[in-house]
Ligand binder design. Sequence first.
Ligand code: MG
Length: 370
Amino acid sequence: MRLKAPYETSAGTEWNRRIILVQVFSEGLSGWGEVTVDETPTFTSETTETAWHILRDFLVPMVLGKTVSGGSDVGDLLRSVRGHEMARAALEDAVWDIEAQRNNLPLSALLGGTLTEIPCGAALGIQLSHDLLFEKIAGELAAGYQRIKLKIKPGHDVGLVAKVRKTFPKIRLMVDGNSAYRLEDASLFERMDDYDLEMIEQPLWWDGILDHAKLQSKLKTPLCLDESIRNLHLAKEAFELKACRILNIKLGRVGGHSAARHIHNLCVASGIPAWCGGMLESGVGRAHNIAMSTLPGFVLPGDVSASQRYWEEDIIEPEVEITRNGTIKVPKGAGLGYTVRVPRVEQLTVRRRTWKDTSRISFAVVGRQN
Ligand code: MG
């Protein structure tokens, strides 16, 4: 699927997204999951192709034909696999979708979610010019988004923040460094303390919890971890070391709904506000994010936004829309609450693998469309 516009972060620029969807069949129902991975190993170590390999050669054979009571059992079946969280999440989350349909519940309710609308922020990639950035910020605010997140990279950071803050003195504003900085850059972040940022997201090395703790101790502004937190144990380490005061929970990055819920519960118990980050998902991943974001600890606006911010045409219906107040209304239908547009998915599919057994699992890479 081609993004409406290229998305630039400190890790590079994306325009075309090859997306792996997993569809699981059981008892006449089917559930969908999405591998929320990048093409390159620049966010975590996973890529589209490693996810395909891990699903095909390990994960699918581990669950095929097995009896499970629901999504959380899938995590147990896959327990011996180290890492590869995004590949695991897609498979587990598809089963959560089935479990919700089987119980005739919205997935949000099955997970224990209580919010009926979720607050939304807009994440803006690095833009070609400041004027273009200001124009985009004004547009997102006019659309209702409750906070603005700016991607930063070395040479494109504190000066930019100062300019944006001067133009938009009152808005909820945050920045995301995507691990482009080192502890030696601490003074740069100390200068950001002057601009009333809601948080600074993952400025330092992608698995560097200790360095984030050292940086957080120097700052008034809360740090928020993203890339570093890939499971519950790492979240515990980060909170005990005081490496952050806010957590971005991404469903794929932590391995699916079971782990996400455990981490959410830890956040609530630790007094750490959580929010849901985005990975340029198609509608399937977006729908899973919406369900997760209804848990009561997701108190800050997330990066889950309208389908139309990213895609000319999404693969679910209805498409995800935001209200004038900058919220998404949580769907009330069973399962994901959105219908996957199978003909559209078929049209975009460039690779497929199907298993037929006592259960049947298929997944497909959705590729470039001209
Ligand atoms: Mg981030």
